[in-house]
Design a protein around this ligand. Structure first.
Ligand SMILES: Nc1ncnc2c1ncn2[C@@H]1O[C@H](COP(=O)(O)OP(=O)(O)OP(=O)(O)O)[C@@H](O)[C@H]1O
Length: 257
């Protein structure tokens, strides 16, 4: 689908974006330019996947866009907030209140129940009534399908169920954007499909934003759009991806042996 100059659609707001992003690790002869002038926006209310070969800069892009790491030059924005303008305290608050994270390892607290794990970020934030929305949490529990497991501990759940708890926790504070780094990396394909379906459903049913790093074309096909990185540069974007289309695009990056 192309967007012609005559369309009347309003410009999509970006939940997160980087502009002219450069990230250099180390210095001198051994330095690595992990991001090389990348500009990319992640539209609000959409599910975007970041794909690319190993070492192409996917995790670096996610970490810098999420405020977990800083850029060497260029800017990173969550909504209208430019991250480099924030001191450490404000950056911590922004990550806590406006960003959610899902990692490959579920990172649940083993001594807490499912319900307690889901609301942990809100409880750590001081349990203030204004940021805790019980109706939202209740709806979220249904979206992730965990109502029958609320009083279980993580060790009593399968890997897929644990990752669903982590997804619910990431969305609990109604963040502007949830960043997911290889969220299905530890799961078998069926549990992985469930978690990916869940991320897609949460975006569609609750108009939230997800940005997911993956190297798996099947996972990327769950997204609304895929952005491709190669050698630290943004090389392509694909809307309405299928696993086959993504795989074909990835083959172009393969270095002949
Ligand atoms: N802390 C670091 N110090 C030095 N170099 C780093 C560091 N982190 C990443 N790199 C380098 O930066 C480049 C991009 O790494 P990054 O982890 O962002 O890639 P990736 O696409 O996520 O890779 P993968 O799919 O293998 O996880 C690689 O060459 C990597 O070796």
């Amino acid at each position: 689908m192309t967007t012609s100059a005559t369309t009347t659609t309003t410009p999509t707001r970006t939940a997160a974006r980087v502009v002219d992003a450069v990230k250099v690790y180390g210095s001198g002869d051994t330095s690595v330019r992990a991001l090389d002038r990348v500009s990319v926006g992640f539209p609000a209310g959409r599910f975007t996947a970041i794909m690319g070969p190993s070492g192409s800069g996917k995790s670096t892009l996610m970490h810098c866009a999420a405020g977990l790491d800083t850029l060497t030059s260029g800017t990173a924005h969550i909504g209208d907030t430019e991250l480099s303008t924030l001191d450490d305290r404000r950056l911590t608050l922004l990550r806590r209140d406006r960003v959610g994270f899902v990692f490959q390892a579920y990172n649940l607290v083993p001594t807490l129940t499912v319900a307690e794990n889901i609301t942990l970020p809100l409880d750590l934030a001081g349990g203030k009534g204004d940021i805790r929305d019980d109706e939202w949490i209740d709806a979220l529990i249904d979206v992730v399908g965990l109502r029958g497991r609320l009083h279980h501990r993580p060790s009593e759940l399968s890997g897929g169920q644990q990752q669903r708890v982590a997804v619910a926790r990431a969305f609990a504070g109604q963040p502007d954007v949830v960043f997911a780094d290889e969220p299905t990396g530890n799961l078998d394909s069926r549990s992985g499909e469930e978690v990916l379906g869940l991320l897609g459903r949460t975006v569609r049913q609750t108009a939230r934003t997800v940005v997911m790093v993956t190297h798996d074309p099947v996972a990327a096909a769950h997204a609304d759009e895929v952005v491709f990185l190669a050698d630290g540069r943004l090389v392509d974007r694909m809307t309405s991806p299928t696993a086959d289309k993504v795989l074909d695009r990835m083959k172009a990056f393969e270095v002949p042996s």
